[in-house]
Design a protein around this ligand. Structure first.
Ligand code: UDP
Length: 236
């Protein structure tokens, strides 16, 4: 495999299946099998899971909620998603640990960096939940932060599109996909890979991001083997 330790970022909507809301355990099955499969092949894996399928702080604050309060609810939503993914992976005999950015010690371990690294070394998939633990951030920023502190070689950003395009492929028929693109270009052209906080942090720390379609069978394995799948964001 090309990598020995990576972080996979899944957005909350991946867990909703063909609905736009909630958790569909069957939807987790497909990519759960692939994650369990690459983990069994020896790839050390950390996961960060979003919460947008349940609650988004910014959307609730636009409707009048206090932003920080709403963001804590968003972070709690990511914990529900993390537990759902843990359940799916453990059914496939994949050892996991959920580690939360704020304490919920009856439910999951607190996130302690050195302990997380130990779990990774033992082949356990570490599911990092509750984002960064801070309001005003996103789980994309949490993914970048955790990838850096856990010394991951790349972030695999698994989405519903198959890479980064110059414009929205859902709206424009002539949109073209980048095979690779620099961080500065992503920021300047607002290419919507991740929010700008996450992109800047990845750029400053030279952490590559591979963007690919989660729902195409075998993609996680292909990306792990270094095949050209989707778009790689690196350099500049
Ligand atoms: N959130 C937060 N701090 C973090 C991570 C997440 O406040 O470090 C909140 C924020 O309200 C966000 C919600 O959790 O809207 C769900 O995360 P996100 O929107 O990143 O999920 P995704 O879009 O990946 O499903």
């Amino acid at each position: 495999m090309k990598y020995s330790r990576v972080l996979i970022k899944l957005s909350g909507e991946a867990l909703a299946g063909d609905k736009s809301f909630g958790i569909d355990p069957e939807a987790i099955g497909q990519f759960g099998r692939e994650i369990a499969d690459v983990a069994a092949s020896g790839l050390q894996l950390a996961l960060v899971i979003g919460g947008g399928n349940i609650f988004r702080g910014m959307a609730a604050s636009a409707k009048g909620m206090e932003r920080a309060q709403a963001d804590y609810m968003g972070m709690l939503a990511t914990v529900m998603n993390a537990l759902a993914v843990q359940d799916a992976l453990e059914k496939l005999d994949c050892q996991t640990r959920v580690m939360t950015a704020f304490r919920m010690s009856e439910v999951a371990e607190p996130y302690i960096r050195r302990r997380a690294i130990r779990h990774l070394e033992k082949g356990r998939v570490v599911i990092c939940a509750a984002g960064t633990g801070n309001p005003y951030f996103t789980t994309d920023s949490a993914a970048t932060l955790r990838a850096m502190e856990l010394k991951c070689e790349a972030i695999f950003k698994a989405t519903k599109v198959d890479g980064v395009y110059d414009k929205d492929p859902a709206k424009f028929g002539d949109a073209t996909k980048y095979a690779d693109v620099t961080f500065s270009e992503v920021l300047q052209k607002r290419l919507g890979v991740m929010d700008s906080t996450a992109i800047s942090m990845a750029r400053d720390n030279e952490l590559p991001i591979v963007v690919f379609n989660l729902f195409k069978e075998g993609n996680i394995r292909r990306v792990a083997h270094g095949e050209t799948v989707g778009t790689i964001v690196q350099g500049g």
